[in-house]
Write a protein that binds this ligand. Structure first.
Ligand SMILES: Nc1ncnc2c1ncn2[C@@H]1O[C@H](COP(=O)(O)OP(=O)(O)OP(=O)(O)O)[C@@H](O)[C@H]1O
Ligand SMILES: [Mg+2]
Length: 253
């Protein structure tokens, strides 16, 4: 079953075209990653999927239902959870309250789901009654993921879960993401600048450059691609010219 189908989407900020005909697919049970440098359009794509921005052209379907132009809360009700860039937890609410907010679309019992989230993130359970604003960056990321899970989403979008985190914490977060996928069957679309860890965790990947998908394939294939190695994995052994191009890219980012 295709959980998300994005077709030829064009999204603008005023006159600036940020997405230039983007098409992607996410199948049930998959972790799909979108790689791209700063300003490539990753967050714009996430916002377009979540209904926070409307595409000028193209269409989107979630679980086979057209969601193009739908209000964000309606898309949430159809099974989408967005873990936004910068986490955006509610700092004055407790961890427990933040998690409960994630289940606002549900009327059934959420006790089991709370326990499930706490089992993946024991630190959140220890601090359940504390304000979320006191959590470290990594713990806030865990809380944001936990809050997303509380909705029992059909698809979870994660926008740069590694942002501002140490390599060790990034690894820890991605290990948990991998486990949630394997053990709970959570389907995820993850936007990441850390191509190394994203491709280790994902089944499939797309590369977004200046609003366009320029490469797509199984994560293993992308890992082996010389272009990906040079520009996204930093394994440039293409000589001086390659090094210069890499540097230029870095400046451009
Ligand atoms: N509010 C805005 N108004 C105008 N242009 C914007 C706005 N937000 C983003 N853009 C532009 O749209 C393009 C895509 O931005 P976007 O935030 O989607 O990139 P990104 O891949 O998420 O980057 P980052 O890795 O820095 O988060 C960029 O050229 C950016 O300057
Ligand atoms: Mg972004």
């Amino acid at each position: 079953m295709t959980v998300l189908k994005v077709r030829n989407v064009e999204t603008y900020y005023g006159a600036i075209m940020a997405l230039r005909g983007v098409s992607i697919d996410v199948e049930q049970g998959e972790i799909v990653t979108i790689l791209g440098a700063n300003g490539a359009g990753k967050t714009t794509l996430m916002k377009t999927i979540a209904g926070l921005m409307d595409p000028e052209k193209g269409n989107l379907a979630l679980m086979g239902n057209d969601i193009t132009g739908l209000e964000p809360d309606k898309i949430v009700r159809q099974g989408l959870a967005l873990v936004p860039e910068g986490r955006e937890v509610f700092p004055y609410l407790t961890i427990d309250e933040n998690l409960r907010m994630g289940a606002f679309t549900r009327s059934d019992s959420i006790a089991d789901d709370l326990e499930l989230v706490y089992s993946y993130f024991p630190i959140l359970k220890e601090r359940a009654k504390q304000s979320a604003g006191y959590l470290s960056g990594g713990q806030q990321q865990m809380l944001a993921i936990g809050r997303g899970l509380m909705a029992r989403p059909k698809l979870m979008l994660l926008d740069e879960p590694s942002l501002g985190l140490s390599p060790l914490l990034t690894q820890e977060i991605f290990d948990i993401i991998g486990r949630l996928n394997k053990e709970q069957g959570v389907t995820m679309l993850i936007v990441e600048q850390n191509a190394h860890i994203a491709l280790e965790t994902a089944h499939k990947g797309y590369v977004l450059e200046m609003g366009r998908i320029v490469m797509a394939g199984p994560a293993k294939e992308l890992q082996d691609s010389p272009d990906i190695q040079e520009f996204y994995l930093g394994k440039s052994d293409a000589g001086e010219r390659g090094q210069k191009r890499w540097k230029r890219r870095k400046t451009w980012r």
